[in-house]
Design a protein around this ligand. Structure first.
Ligand code: G16
Length: 577
């Protein structure tokens, strides 16, 4: 088995985005495309000879082919051992868990996360460092710089490696150790949460339901279901029903093992549990639009007590109660407020962090707990330093991401188990817990509008137009809202002092309400413009509960000041969450 040095030419578009390099499968399948990027990783990370790396992916189309290429390149680049998830499967949080547990030099994760898969879908690759977290910007920039000058890559001439069974094989001088992708992760979850209490809840969930007389039902923007007058009561002693939608993505085997086998949820509690290369034709993004199988069940007449979904690579989550949607920002705040109910967090939280566009709901909890709250740019990588320095325990993002310092990635199933632990301890419905939370802390009414697949120039034009108007916007009045200030968010990392600029336009109003505009860093077609809207309601009254109603004025202002419709020709957003 010899090492081949293959001549190549750089591609100009290998700049990692919010979370690694994401492109169409067709782009990745161009000759040398994946190889160039992988060699750029090896050239940039300077792994010592014989180092161990973790490898796996979300099982999407091209996962298996990419793994064969990466294994042969790892062997040719002096890597000593690769820990590979069986079948090439490894959720993003499980990869982080394994990197940390076995103290490997780092890991390569193959996923385009929530983006659709299949031959015409998306593929992605990212490098995680030895702390288990996404590579920080200085590493991704080095990889990108290398990709622009690369002239050759190294590849071992060898037959493909079999990786569908646990065991160890040799590839040149390198060992490939195929391991069960679920067990280390499941063990970590058992160490954090009260599995006995959750088992108990699932066996006989006598929770208190909201009072039909005083309860207000919230209509989500996209919810096509009629409001019900009240809720089917969960008879004391009856089972607490859950549904978890794995969306034919990586978390199926994890959820089956943990929710059904270890926690005793009845078979069928996990739906769409088999990972498929094209996610069954679906869009593995756990929101009210794309997780439609689950949404139909949770808003139906016989809705279970708790519903959840996770995304392609298992790091995102959506939490639902019976006919009730928990916004990711509220979910983070609720977890923070109730954290000490879970054994892994009973000592309390060192601090919390949220990305800038995420609502300030968690800030209010932090204030009440008298712990620090950090505001970072979008991208999980920004939380890593804070967690490594012991400054934060929990963090989260509006983009359906929540996590803690147990790993260095957001973690979908972790969030689900945290909620179940809280429900087991408090014996209230999801809705009651959220309403109680609002009553205590006030409510940060929140919504995000996504305009996907815009012509890049038009989207950039909207951003530029806003920036050009900062001076005239400051102090301007729009109905009851007065602009306090506007800026382009920049962040100075409190741990290493690194500065990240251009992280989104903020329009902040005097009452604390906000409109944020950002261009997504994860799309693969044109540009996605995100508009984030947030208004604070101290007095939670029923008629304000529809977020779209409460935010109508802000939406109007956002469209007006951005000239979005004029500049993009789009009348409606693609997705509202
Ligand atoms: C990634 C990042 C998240 C980010 C999200 C959305 O998530 O890890 O930190 O919030 O993208 O980013 P953007 O708004 O730039 O599209 P994932 O689940 O796609 O890996």
């Amino acid at each position: 088995m010899g090492i081949r040095i293959v001549s190549t030419r750089p591609f100009s578009d290998q700049k990692p985005g919010t979370s690694g390099l994401r492109k169409k499968v067709t782009a990745f399948r161009q000759p040398h495309y994946l190889e160039n990027f992988v060699q750029s990783i090896f050239d940039s990370i300077a792994a010592p000879k014989g180092a161990t790396l973790v490898l796996g992916g979300d099982g999407r189309y091209y996962n298996r082919e990419a793994i064969q290429i990466i294994l042969k390149m790892a062997a040719a680049n002096g890597i000593g051992r690769v820990l590979l998830g069986r079948g090439g499967i490894l959720s993003t949080p499980a990869a982080s868990c394994v990197i940390r547990k076995y103290q490997t030099f780092g890991g390569i994760i193959l996923s385009a996360s929530h983006n659709p898969g299949g031959p015409d879908g998306d593929f992605g690759i990212k490098y995680n460092t030895g702390n288990g977290g996404p590579a920080p910007e200085k590493v991704t920039e080095a990889i990108f710089a290398r990709s622009k000058t690369i002239v050759e890559y190294r590849m071992l001439d060898a037959a493909d490696v079999a990786f569908d069974a646990v065991g160890e094989t040799s590839l040149g001088n390198m060992k490939v150790q195929v391991f069960d992708p679920v067990s280390d992760y499941a063990e970590l979850m058992e160490s954090l949460f009260d599995f006995a209490a959750i088992r108990n809840l699932l066996a006989a969930g006598d929770i208190a339901q909201p009072d039909a007389q005083t309860s207000c039902t919230e209509m989500s923007p996209l919810r096509p279901f009629p409001q019900s007058a009240g809720y089917a009561s969960n008879v004391s002693g009856a089972r607490f029903h859950i549904k978890f939608d794995a969306m034919h993505a990586v978390n199926g085997p994890y959820a089956k093992e943990i929710l059904e086998r270890r926690l005793g949820a009845p078979a069928g509690s996990v739906i769409n549990a088999v990972p498929l290369v094209d996610f069954g034709g679906g869009h593995p993004d756990p929101n009210l639009t794309y997780a439609h199988d689950l949404v139909e069940i949770m808003y139906g007449a016989e809705a279970p007590d708790f519903g959840a979904a996770s995304d392609g690579d298992g790091d995102r989550n959506m939490i639902l109660g019976q006919r009730f949607f928990v916004t990711p920002s509220d979910s983070l705040a609720v977890l923070a407020a109730n954290a000490t109910l879970a054994p892994g967090y009973e000592q309390g939280l060192a601090g919390v962090a949220r990305s800038m566009p995420t609502s300030a709901a968690v800030d209010r909890v932090a204030q009440a707990l008298n712990i620090p709250c950090y505001e970072t740019p979008t991208g999980w990588k920004f939380f890593g330093n804070l967690m490594d320095a012991g400054k934060v325990t929990l963090c989260g993002e509006e983009s359906f991401g929540t996590g803690s310092d147990h790993v260095r990635e957001k973690d979908g199933l972790w969030a689900v188990l945290f909620w179940l632990n809280i429900l087991a301890a408090r014996r209230l419905s999801v809705e009651s817990i959220v309403r109680e939370h609002w009553a205590k802390y006030g409510r940060n009414v929140y919504s995000r509008y996504d305009y996907e697949g815009l012509p890049t120039e038009a989207a950039q034009g909207v951003m530029q137009h806003l920036k050009n108007n900062f001076a005239t916007l400051a102090g301007a009045q729009f109905g009851k809202y007065t602009v306090k200030y506007c800026d382009d968010f920049s962040y100075t990392d409190p741990v290493d002092g690194s500065v990240s600029t251009g992280q989104g336009v903020r329009i902040i109003f005097t009452d604390g309400s906000r409109i944020v505009f950002r261009l997504s860093g994860t799309g693969t077609e044109g540009a996605t413009l995100r508009v984030y809207l947030e208004a604070f309601e101290a007095d939670v009254v029923c008629h304000h509960l529809d977020a779209q109603v409460a935010l109508a004025d802000l939406i109007g202002i956002a469209l007006q000041i951005s000239e979005l419709k004029l500049r993009t020709g789009r009348e409606q957003p693609t997705v509202i969450t």
